[in-house]
Design a protein around this ligand. Structure first.
Ligand SMILES: [Zn+2]
Length: 480
């Protein structure tokens, strides 16, 4: 485990705060802040909750009993903290279960081939054999040349960082083109180290048009060395299952403010992928927000605006839970001062990222200045559209995400090593403290960090920042 500079400062600060400041004197704002930091670092609650979530529930794929169990664990934790939580249901169009995925190279050599399915993708019709066609970094299928050659083939396509569109948009578009051309499967080289596979469902829910398979990088290199010398044939046997429509749930609770109708929302998705425990993505975010809720209640602070906590399912299928939240809270959307998501893993916090909007950066920076003692006062804008903050940004709400040091998040993301013991409890405590303080500072600020954008302004912003296709995909408006 690496040493985290800011976490060390936080821990030392916490020890001072917790033991030197008696709770009875914590009346003013500064003392409330000190107590929040102290409880986050000293109680060990977030790490204990994360361990329970990971080891007693485990992977939480949307639509599974484990997802239901996670929602209940969150509900209970909120109730134990003194809240009156509620479930908010929405419909999941299709459920999906991963089955076994077996593959071999059958010619020109007999060799194992390590691959695994993307989410919400079908399996193969039993065991099949297919020639491998390599399209490399193609951004689209060239109809005249490629369409005939991919019929019945397992087609390798590098979809990471090509072209100007986000990779999940390119990936979904090429999958549709390959299916129409009659390809047997789409093979996507994994960009993870140590022969690890990747999985995702963005752009594929409610059903991918053909088997989509992550192939280990080392195995991809072998396939390409063999292809350089001649034809390559593989066998594939992938057994996924789709289920009928199902109900899914978000979990919601709130700390009522002096202006109860004004809202600051903290959110985290609790669903995960199934290769491991979903510890960093996004058990860590859930643990941080839940602990923030627990501590804000514990210190007895009454915020200016109401602070609402929302735990989403369905994020991994394309922000289903957060989009359902937006659809069912239409009349309240205008009252949201800010939405903050924690979904970047437990690493040392740096500040907050505004989703594509520059105009909210300076006002939020001013409000969050007190976070400078924790090194987490930085605010910047970035054009990203890959988590639940997108649903709020698309509705015109000033939407932010906790920004953290990169760490090894990308290597662990959606792989077999997204496991509990790799999460640093000190970084998790720092995330908890920073998120709780940020919510309180915004809720107590004299004015909002920014106005709401009209739908025309949102459309213009998405176009200007290159997020138009990604937002259309999430909204289900894109038919590649
Ligand atoms: Zn996530």
């Amino acid at each position: 485990m690496r040493w985290k500079g800011n976490s060390r400062v936080l821990l030392m600060a916490a020890i001072v705060f917790v033991f030197l400041i008696p709770p009875a004197t914590a009346q003013d704002h500064d003392e409330a802040g000190a107590r929040i930091v102290g409880h986050a670092a000293a109680d060990g609650w977030s790490a204990a909750f994360l361990e329970k979530l990971c080891d007693s529930v485990g992977a939480r794929v949307t639509g599974t009993p484990q997802s239901q169990a996670a929602a209940e664990l969150i509900f209970k934790a909120l109730r134990d903290a003194g809240y009156q939580p509620r479930f908010e249901e929405y419909e999941l169009k299709t459920a999906w279960r991963r089955g076994a995925a077996a593959a071999r190279i059958v010619s020109p050599v007999d060799a194992p081939l390590l691959l695994g399915s993307y989410g919400w993708a079908p399996g193969t019709p039993g065991q099949i054999e297919a020639v491998v066609v390599d399209l490399g970094r193609a951004t689209a299928l060239n109809r005249s040349q490629d369409a005939a050659s991919v019929k019945g083939a397992a087609v390798l396509v590098d979809v990471n960082a090509i072209g100007t569109e986000p990779s999940q948009v390119v990936r979904a578009a090429i999958a549709q083109q390959l299916a129409r051309a009659g390809a047997a499967a789409m093979l996507i080289p994994s960009d993870k180290p140590h022969r690890m596979l990747y999985t995702s469902g963005y752009g594929f829910y409610p059903r991918a048009p053909l088997p989509i398979l992550s192939v280990a990088m080392e195995d991809t290199l072998l396939l390409r060395r063999l292809l350089a010398k001649g034809a390559v044939k593989i066998s594939l046997d992938v057994r996924n299952n789709f289920g009928p429509a199902a109900r899914e749930r978000n979990v919601v609770a709130e700390l009522v403010g002096k202006n109860p109708k004004e809202l600051v929302i903290l959110g985290a998705h609790f669903d995960s992928w199934d290769y491991a425990q979903g510890a960093n993505d996004n058990g860590a975010g859930v643990a941080a927000i839940l602990d923030a809720a627990r501590i804000l209640k514990l210190v007895g602070t009454r915020p200016g605006s109401t602070i609402r906590f929302v735990f989403f399912s369905g994020e991994e299928q394309g922000n289903l839970g957060s989009q359902a939240y937006i659809s069912s809270h239409g009349d309240e959307i205008a009252a949201i001062w800010a939405f903050i998501i924690v979904d970047s893993g437990a690493e040392t916090p740096l500040g907050f990222i505004s989703i594509a909007r520059e105009d909210v950066v300076a006002p939020l920076r001013k409000t969050l200045q007190p976070l400078a003692t924790l090194g987490a006062e930085k605010v910047r804008a970035e054009a990203v559209m890959d988590s639940d903050d997108a649903a709020f940004a698309m509705a015109g709400v000033p939407a932010f995400r906790l920004d953290v040091e990169a760490g090894d998040y990308e290597d662990r993301h959606h792989t077999i090593v997204d496991t509990f013991e790799r999460v640093d409890p000190r970084a998790l405590a720092a995330n908890t403290a920073v998120t709780a303080l940020a919510a309180l500072l915004i809720a107590n600020a004299p004015e909002r960090p920014g106005r709401h954008l009209s739908s025309a302004e949102v459309a213009e912003l998405l176009k200007k920042t290159g997020l138009e296709s990604a937002s259309q995909m999430l909204a289900g408006e894109r038919n590649p």
